[in-house]
Design a protein around this ligand. Structure first.
Ligand code: SF4
Length: 242
């Protein structure tokens, strides 16, 4: 069983190059200050539940209209039913993209071994030394586990979207340079900096504090290298080097 607390029936941007729907699972083991899904994190039961039979009934109606399903959250890998859920989606003929905070590499490993996933979206929240601060999880092993997840996904050859939400008060240009080096060591070939979105977030103070302008973020990405891209407020990928 997997606890589905939201379903977006159509997306053109969340699974690049594919037409997808998005399943939002309830609960998360992180408390990122910039999280824009606080209901799913703190109180998933406040959101209407979508049962698996309801979801698969919906999916049946979307055959030949959707390419795949993005499993997002919250944090999907916390749910023991995730591999079985993904297997059933694959069995119905749809692709699966897993969006994860990377904290449970053993789940990614299993899903890779069993061919249950076709693409990954993995957040890299902070340089390893600041991971506890930006996730509010006091576990020195956490950045090791996240980098292991990213390394597994990179080595798999599957499509991998590694992304970081950037706010000036949380990540300095020096932090971003450090992260870039850490990601390169993990085999990442492409990294996306996501502009902070001032909607409802866990730490309301963030939206009152100045962050990088789009121009500043673009300049930071350019200074880091051709493998660093910016995703704007619209969700559009700006390839700055082509
Ligand atoms: S941003 Fe993602 S990992 Fe962080 S608290 Fe929200 S759902 Fe969890």
């Amino acid at each position: 069983m997997i606890d589905i607390r939201g379903l977006q029936t159509f997306s053109l941007i969340d699974y690049p190059g594919k037409i997808s729907c998005i399943v939002f699972t309830g609960g998360c083991n992180f408390r990122c200050p910039f999280c824009h899904n606080p209901c799913l994190v703190f109180d998933p039961s406040s959101q209407p539940r979508v049962t698996e039979p309801q979801f698969f009934h919906f999916l049946e109606s979307r055959k030949r209209r959707l390419d795949g399903v993005v499993i997002s959250g919250g944090e999907p890998t916390l749910h023991d039913g995730l591999p079985g859920f993904a297997a059933r989606i694959r069995g119905e003929g749809f692709l699966v993209k897993l969006d994860t905070n990377g904290s449970r590499p053993e789940v990614l490993e299993r899903m890779l071994n069993e061919s249950l996933v076709n693409a990954f979206g993995i957040d890299y929240k902070a340089p390893a030394a600041k991971y506890a601060e930006l996730t509010n999880v006091d576990d020195p092993e956490l950045p090791v586990r996240v980098r292991r997840s990213i390394g597994l996904a990179a080595a798999s050859g599957l499509e991998l979207d590694v992304r970081t939400t950037v706010h000036r008060s949380l990540l300095s240009p020096e932090d971003l340079a450090r992260m870039h080096g850490e990601l390169k060591e993990s085999g990442v070939k492409r990294w996306v900096l996501q502009q902070y979105n001032p909607v409802e977030v866990i730490d309301d103070e963030l939206s009152c504090q100045p962050t990088y302008s789009d121009g500043e973020l673009i300049r930071i990405a350019e200074s880091l290298g051709p493998d660093v891209h910016v995703r704007g407020l619209t969700g559009r990928i700006l390839n700055l080097k082509s």
